[in-house]
Ligand binder design. Structure first.
Ligand SMILES: C[S@@+](CC[C@H](N)C(=O)[O-])C[C@H]1O[C@@H](n2cnc3c(N)ncnc32)[C@H](O)[C@@H]1O
Ligand SMILES: [Zn+2]
Length: 280
């Protein structure tokens, strides 16, 4: 059922019709606005706000399956906890979190487990990812959206925005956050998976100018409160390495046969920066 009964009131007060900006209400298997713009609720429990238009990007089913398998290994659990702790320290007791580019809902789930007074909405353009995210947590809902377009959400309504390894839209993050809200951005450093990239030369490297572009895009609208480096080493089996390769942007450029056939040699570095921002 969508919206989940426990979240109905909060969710409908956050969502807006993507076509005309009006409030939405729940109808049979859909959400509708007073102008009768209608958005189907998928059988798996997410609402298709992106109906009739294609997103500029998004993960396909095999990338989502690889991500799901890899995240179940718990190699990123330390990272998930670090994101949740950082967000929880800055959050009020009760509120709404929006995970922009939620994927399978892994980080949103970690946050909601830590913040029992919060509910969350995951936005993503990938239907296979949303099918998983919609069921990831009892206090989570999911909706399809293209992060490069104006969000179908009310202004100043979110207490937290999460953005983990996903496209960013600084102006929309700022608009939907309450003035005292927080944006939490996690992204890889140049050291992230460096040893794996050496062994799989066709893997896409982290663009060194990305960090500058992030600061350039966010700094007019957000002030950085704190940045934390989460760095540790993991030992991967060949299957785990293949999933890790298959869930990164590399998957678009590399056929699976080129992924490591044997376990990668030596430890692989996980290296992520987490920054907490407050609206200016
Ligand atoms: C690297 S994954 C990260 C997913 C999740 N945050 C995680 O770390 O597990 C990037 C996510 O962004 C989504 N994405 C890519 N382009 C998008 C767009 N234009 N609008 C919405 N989501 C997009 C993909 O479908 C994918 O789920
Ligand atoms: Zn409408």
């Amino acid at each position: 059922m969508f919206p989940p009964l426990a979240l109905r009131e909060q969710l409908l007060s956050l969502l807006r019709c993507p076509t005309c900006g009006s409030h939405l209400h729940a109808a049979e298997g859909a959400l509708c606005c007073p102008q009768r713009h209608t958005f189907n609720v998928a059988r798996q429990g997410y609402v298709s706000l992106l109906s009739g238009s294609r997103a500029t990007s998004g993960d396909d089913a095999s990338m989502v399956a690889a991500r799901g398998r890899f995240l179940r290994t718990d190699f990123y659990e330390r990272l998930r906890q670090a994101v949740a702790i950082r967000a929880a320290a800055a959050a009020p007791e009760r509120g709404a979190a929006v995970d922009a580019g939620c994927g399978t809902g892994y980080y949103l789930t970690g946050l909601l487990d830590r913040l029992s007074g919060f509910w969350g909405l995951g936005l993503d353009s990938s239907a296979p990812a949303l099918r998983v995210a919609a069921r990831a947590h009892v206090r989570a809902a999911a909706a399809s959206w293209d992060l490069y377009r104006p969000f179908p959400l009310a202004g100043a309504a979110a207490d937290l925005v999460l953005n983990v390894f996903a496209p960013r839209n600084a102006a929309e993050f700022r608009r939907i956050l309450r003035p005292e809200g927080r944006l939490i951005v996690a992204r890889p450093t140049e050291r992230h998976l460096a040893e794996l990239r050496e062994q799989v030369p066709t893997m896409v490297a982290v663009d060194p100018s990305k960090e500058l572009r992030l600061q350039w895009a966010l700094s007019p609208l957000f002030a950085s409160v704190a940045t934390e480096l989460v760095e540790y080493a993991v030992s991967l089996s060949s299957e785990q390495a293949q999933d890790l390769v298959a869930m990164t942007p590399t998957a678009r450029h590399l056929d699976r046969a080129a992924a490591p056939a044997s376990a990668p040699k030596g430890p692989i570095t996980v290296s992520i920066l987490i920054t907490e921002y407050q609206p200016r």
